[in-house]
Design a protein. Structure first.
Length: 301
């Protein structure tokens, strides 16, 4: 027979668990009611205020997040070597960096698509160096984000198995789309890209750079406009990298399911994320902490 003290301890623990479960249940019900009572305008305004410090804004018409032009990430540059570390930050993505020379500088316009933690997304980033960079140094050079006058008109349609997920366009330095809670393999995603560059010379230089990557599909070139389809990117080389990518994707799929289950009463991202913010603030912060190793251009100088 158990000593009386053990019965008492067991009873106390059971009571604590019951109280905790009841408090959890009522808090959850109260927050669900709070989110449901908010009008869409208030929800979007609050969500934009919450994600602005992370460099993002919410696009209600497509239920996704995109990068702000004044995002803090603009103070940072990008290097081709960083793509190799993406899996360490739970990003399993196809990359297509295009290098070309124009107006005395080497430019890099890079395209990404794939899984970013619990987000399916894609990106177009526009960068340049201060001068012409030798071919051997391209992947080692830290490229700066372009200034306002050098931003280009970018446009993309992200599709998954033939169904459109996102369609965005605008004059930008880093045009992105992220769909929270959506899981995808990079090979399932297709990115139809259209860009209006500064002039015909720049468009032709970009097209030549795209061909040098080994791109073997059709490129549409008309004046200063370029259009192409990004389907295949740079693949992981080596058995260990493929194993790492597999393990990371298993984790990403698991956390996507956890996110959708935890926010199950809701369907729209704005409701799901606000629910997280009110109920689990640490989970909200984790959702938007898209890590990517970058160095400040100020540090470079």
């Amino acid at each position: 027979m158990l000593p009386n003290c053990l019965y008492v301890i067991f009873g106390v623990i059971l009571c604590i668990l019951i109280v905790f479960c009841c408090a959890f249940y009522w808090k959850r019900r109260r927050i669900i009611h709070k989110v449901c009572c908010m009008c869409m305008e208030d929800k979007c305004r609050l969500l934009d205020d919450l994600v602005r410090p992370f460099g993002y804004s919410y696009v209600v018409s497509q239920d996704l997040f995109t990068t702000r032009i004044d995002a803090w990430q603009r103070e940072f540059g990008y290097c081709g070597l960083y793509d190799k570390t993406a899996a360490g930050f739970h990003m399993i993505i196809d990359c297509l960096p295009v290098y070309f020379n124009y107006c005395g500088r080497t430019w890099m316009i890079e395209f990404w698509k794939g899984q970013y933690g619990i987000n399916t997304g894609c990106e177009i980033g526009v960068y340049y160096a201060d001068s012409i960079v030798e071919k051997e140094q391209l992947k080692k050079t830290l490229f700066e984000c372009v200034d306002n006058e050098d931003m280009q008109k970018l446009s993309f349609t992200l599709s998954k198995k033939g169904c459109d997920l996102a369609r965005l366009s605008g004059r930008h330095w880093w045009l992105t789309a992220f769909l929270t809670g959506e899981f995808s393999r990079p090979s399932e995603l297709t990115m139809d890209v259209r860009m209006t560059l500064a002039d015909c010379e720049m468009a032709e230089a970009f097209a030549d750079g795209l061909l040098r990557t080994g791109y073997d599909k059709r490129i549409y070139l008309s004046g200063n406009q370029v259009a192409f389809t990004f389907k295949k990117g740079i693949k992981c080389k080596g058995l260990l990298r493929r194993i790492q990518a597999f393990i990371v994707q298993v984790c990403n799929r698991f956390w996507c399911r956890v996110f959708r289950m935890a926010t199950r009463p809701f369907q729209m991202t704005v409701d799901r994320v606000l629910y997280l913010y009110f109920f689990l603030p640490f989970a909200f912060r984790r959702t938007f902490r898209r890590n990517r190793f970058r160095k400040s251009r100020k540090g470079k100088r």
